[in-house]
Design a protein around this ligand. Sequence first.
Ligand code: PMP
Length: 347
Amino acid sequence: MKTIEQLTRPNIRSLKPYSSARDEYKGRVASVFLDANENPYSESYNRYPDPLQHQLKERLAAMKGVDPGQIFLGNGSDEAIDLLFRAFCRPGVENVVAIDPTYGMYQVCADINDVAYRKVLLDEDFQFRADDLLAAADAHTKLIFLCSPNNPTGNDLRREEMDRLLDQFDGLVVVDEAYIDFSGQPSYTGQLSQRPHLVILQTFSKAWGSAAIRLGMAFAAPEIIAVFNKIKYPYNVNQLTQEEALRLLSQPEKIQRWVTALNKQRGQLMERFAALPFTERVFPSDANFFLARVSDAGAIYNYLVEQGIIVRNRHSVSLCGNCLRITIGTSEENHILLETLRKFTNY
Ligand code: PMP
């Protein structure tokens, strides 16, 4: 197996990172800070935040059962996705492999970074075979992207195939667990110490109900986290976000109540959606949304927009012809959706 150092782009390996004022002075005893060209006036937010978010990582580490050194925090998990390309993939030379369909940002980041993006179509149950992904990879493949539960299909990927891929692939395997809190599957964080090439992505945007604070997490071996820290913007997670995340972490029961409620409503909404006359199929879901095939996704999407209800039309996505992706809302919102759809007659 290649080391993380071998996998890292040569220019990143030899990079001398920017050293901020807060990097250079880490002690807490000083009382006069004249090192960062901040304004000494103002009330609460005149100082740069902790560039490595120590307090937040301590709390997260305890909750997730990992070490603080195995955590990277970024401006949404989208930041970690972009850093993976910038750290490990040489533009125009190296490539990545991903399941298809999946979350669209992997391909966008690949395109931005001029890294070839190789897609491997899922089967009709939206599952993959490790051998197919390995066959699509070559000596220039640095990353393989898995997303479980997958977006937009909603299902957990099969564990045995994920494990097989993790056992056999030489580069990094990225497991995006943005929706893991809604799934019955355990997180891959439990395997972190045995798997030096595993990168797990999670986010505050879904179960934690905090998409607006833009806070994403990557869990990986300390060597990988060190590469992220070397190339990230110095103060990539602002103070307001760090404070709000600490507040959220002090109320995990509330998040658990939300998840329980959403999962219950998911079952009800899917069942009722399946009974609508234009629904052809509701696909199983392990996330806070589900995918459904309808007679005419475009017509139903447009009708809902006219009624002020926005869902996601996934018609143009691989394997998702005439599919809508529906996020689970409050029971009231779900009720409004169903009542509105029951009035749709143009099918
Ligand atoms: N991964 C998946 C699978 C997603 O669906 C999303 C957001 N839709 C993200 C990552 C990005 O999340 P964040 O808000 O943390 O950038």
